[in-house]
Design a protein. Sequence first.
Length: 498
Amino acid sequence: MKQSSFIKINPADSVVVCLRPMQKGETIDLDGREITLLQDTPAGHKVLLKDVAEGENIIKYGYPIGHALTNLKAGTWVNEDNLKTNLSGTLSYEYHPVDEKLSITDEQLTFQGYLRKNGEVGIRNEVWVVPTVGCVNGVAEKLVELLKAETGCKGVDAIHAWHHNYGCSQLSGDHENTRKVLRDIVLHPNAGAVLILSLGCENNQPDQFMPLLGDYDQERIKLLVTQKVEGDELEEGMRLLRELYAKASQDRRTEVPMSKLRVGLKCGGSDGFSGITANPLVGEFSDWLVAQGGTSILTEVPEMFGAETILMNRCETPELFDKTVKLINDFKEYFLSHGEPVGENPSPGNKAGGISTLEDKALGCTQKCGRAPVSGVLEYGDRLQVNGLNLLSAPGNDLVAATALASSGCQIVLFTTGRGTPFGTFVPTMKISTNSNLFHNKPNWIDFNAGELVEGTDMPTLLRRFIEKIRKVASGEEVRNETNGYREISIFKNGVTL
């Protein structure tokens, strides 16, 4: 048996991961010891290296990923049928800080971006229509249709309406979440100009929403309250959009340092290769970007459960540690308040791909943020305040989490996937495949293949190519979701709808 047929991720692991489908009776030769497979085992799935007693932890990535449901023999295919999560309720944590210096040099690389008046940088220059309430979604879409027909989008990268279902009939936290995310979209540097479109009678009243924007550029952000228009709101909307379009179409790209880049870190449709290829690659890029003075943001809080202490101990200060503890336990309380177990994960697709418990998923998921210290912790809807690695409160749901990352100020979302997904949020959503089969089978979805890491390409070589790809995207090269026109937003909802 060739070593390339499987991988042992950490020396402490009690399992290996199959890099190809393996058959019952095949042997794994590990450190001179042969283990015979007791079942056919799919690629990306785990095989036990030693006998394990019922209740004993099984180790992957150097950490427990759950316990055995029964006595298991070496060579057993480990999956959700014989492995159970150790996760339950909230926990108390102790701060044991680690100080791991990143050995990455400052390369002074640049990209071609749009420098905004407030000092922020966009990687796209688009005209957006942002409804304050879902009741005017149709008007927003019609205005975009008319402006596209009139201008052909010449001089800007895109024209888009960000429709949603909210802005009215919501209470307390849900109402504030909607207002914060819409504010964040309006202020996003990827927008060269924005028309805020209101109905007029919604809970999200325009005279209360506009102050959330602070000292905004009134030449590039304008408001239309449709109920106050005497006559045709489309005519008035087009008058304002023509002014906004004329302003945005004058913008030009200029050379800016990579320190101005803010990337969101996201995975979805994960498989057993996610923690071996794509997530470690994105983690290496995250460390590299942080070393350049840039910013990366990790979210999907429920998919930190089981790996949270790794992040907590990387917090730069006790205050950040306390915020991270709150981040984790608040989300666990959210699950428990709805009568749901905190380990209710992974998805059917994750399990089919080789991920058996939430700890298994989390330990692979969190590799997207590399080894950098945690410099900031954000609540849902908050905008970035500090450079470096940040943690953001949001669920694991792909559309909600990606929207939250973009709302915090990320100009691009790096999205790793083993199963594949076509969607994109309101910023470029770059798909990185964990395996080459997906890259070749879905070329209209996938932008970069990390599967090469188990096919002979070393990490430094692939990282250089990945950096250059991201620089090109930041400088204007479209990713697949943009080419396909797959773009949408989704706002987190928790409470009552009136």
